[in-house]
Design a binder for this molecule. Sequence first.
Ligand SMILES: [Zn+2]
Length: 235
Amino acid sequence: MDGEGLWLWRHDPTTSEELSEWQALSAALVSVSLSSGKDSWSWLGAGPKGYSVAAVKRLISSSRDFSDRYVMEWCRWVPKKCNIFAWRADLNRIPTCDALGSRGVAVIDDLCSLCGDGLETVSHIFSACRISLGVWEKVSLWCRIPRFFIFSFRDLIELHNVGVYNKAVRVALHGIVVTTCWMLWKARNNARFNGYRSSAEEIFSEVRVVSFFWYKHRAKKGVFEWGDWCKFVSM
Ligand SMILES: [Zn+2]
């Protein structure tokens, strides 16, 4: 290219491949303006005074995210492993038979290990399986929330934001849902690998006991008794 923006070719582009490359190149360069000045570095986050530590700090804390990605709300009173599990389940990144099959892993028995009926997918295990529906029914009675209908895993991890609850109930409910998902997956593993099929009652009892200890020691300040938890009061 000469200084006046004219292309100086050894030969003109003639084949269709050359012409399409030429069009792509022209499109990429259309917004570029060149000057004869000296090149310099520029930084996207620069404020009016250019690069500074304060400008970096402002850029980081602004947390600009223009995507429409779903960001899962973490529950602080359940262990990280449960939050990570819920996050991965929402992304379909837990090793269900369906997910393994789609990644080329041969699974001989791909039926749900909890009920033995239906392809084992995230949505089946947590929102359609009769065993998990039984557990959710008990959770709704225990937490005194209206019986809820769930169609996907996302509905579950957003359940605490759907009804009108005070903050303490919302926080407790959020953790109970995450704990229940964790326990359903444990029950699934127990059925698949140890051949023991838990009932909805057994899974629910375990959810209530485990969540009590987590809530008492990780969320609640002051005295909190098992009886309060069973009645879902004094949050
Ligand atoms: Zn099932």
